[in-house]
Design a protein around this ligand. Structure first.
Ligand code: NDP
Length: 292
């Protein structure tokens, strides 16, 4: 490719959607007498998780939502956390809540996520919401895949008939985005290949992708030589790379090696400022939906 690829700017798209969310949140408040209310549960002291949760809470303020940050100790037992989830389910002042992942190793995350009331499950991880997504029924879509769809829509990326390769099959990103992009909808109608760590000859598959979604959790893994000329590249990965030149002591990188990939693709999500802000925006959209 000659020239720079189009940047799929998640901050710009997220800000545009947030303006609309704020208008609708004010309307909800006028009718119900209280603003939409999101709670975030953070267990332990993981620095990255703390940053994500704080960003979610801050975003609530930017659209006129109420938010609560519930910090719990690393040593909390599974039963104590389950009891907390049940009390949030029963709280009539709360529209939706999330339990930030990952949880400490002694806690079964599936058991916690399955205990969340599906009507308050604004992360869209409960099996009932996942089932609704697969069947195309109303429910909460998982935040990151839904944010990717909003971003593709905002930039009018053509998806019908395209070959989309998703690298990574996690329950929160890879698997749901593969389902959403194969639906008979826009964005969607892609022919989807879902690749993972047991996939043979991954480069021969990624080189076929018109749309390449990368969510594997390995910094800079996808390089320019394995990307098809003119592809649209969605980089979901977020990694804190130690960097003494930064005030924070680290810089953020994705799963894609941007310097080599930018020369080949037609559009790409930056890291930071691509998929990350869209995940937060989707969470706000789900909370608004729960409040209504
Ligand atoms: P997981 O670790 O849950 O899943 C990683 C997936 O990648 C697995 O399916 C794994 O395969 C696959 N994989 C690992 N190595 C390879 C390889 N060499 N070749 C092919 N496939 C491979 O990750 P998540 O989906 O939770 O997250 C992925 C990345 O996205 C992380 O960097 C995370 O921080 C980031 N993230 C960003 C978000 C955002 O808002 N921007 C939100 C959520 C995540 P297998 O199943 O066979 O083990």
């Amino acid at each position: 490719m000659t020239g720079s690829p189009r940047l799929l700017d998640g901050k710009r798209c997220g800000d545009a959607l947030k303006t609309e969310i704020a208008t609708q949140a004010a309307a909800v408040k006028a009718v119900r007498g209280r603003a939409p209310h999101l709670a975030a549960v953070l267990v332990g002291n993981d620095g990255a998780s703390k940053t994500y949760v704080e960003a979610k809470v801050k975003a609530c303020g930017s659209v006129g939502f109420r938010s609560s940050l519930i910090r719990l100790p690393e040593t909390i037992t599974e039963d104590e956390l389950l009891a907390r989830v049940r009390s949030l389910n029963a709280d009539p002042e709360l529209d939706g809540f999330i339990v930030q992942l990952p949880l400490p190793a002694h806690i079964d995350a599936d058991r916690i996520l399955q205990a969340i009331d599906p009507k308050k499950d604004v992360d869209g991880f409960h099996p009932q919401n996942v089932g609704n997504m697969v069947l195309g029924l109303p429910g909460f879509l998982p935040a990151t895949p839904s944010g990717i769809c909003e971003l593709l829509k905002f930039y009018h990326i053509e998806t019908a008939g395209k070959h989309c390769v998703v690298v990574g099959r996690s329950n929160i990103v890879g698997t749901p985005i593969s389902i959403l992009l194969s639906r008979n909808a826009y964005p969607g109608n892609c022919t989807v290949t879902l690749a993972h760590s047991r996939t043979k000859d991954l480069p021969s598959i990624t080189r076929q992708a018109d749309i390449l979604v990368v969510a594997i959790g390995k910094p800079g893994f996808i390089t320019g030589d394995v990307v098809k000329e003119g592809a649209v590249v969605v980089d979901v990965g977020i990694h804190r790379i130690p960097d003494a030149s930064k005030k924070s002591g680290f810089r953020l990188e994705g799963d894609v090696d941007h310097p080599s990939v930018r020369g080949r693709c037609s559009a790409i999500t930056p890291v930071p400022g691509g998929v990350g802000p869209m995940t937060i925006t989707s969470l706000l959209m789900n909370t608004l939906k729960a409040a209504r």
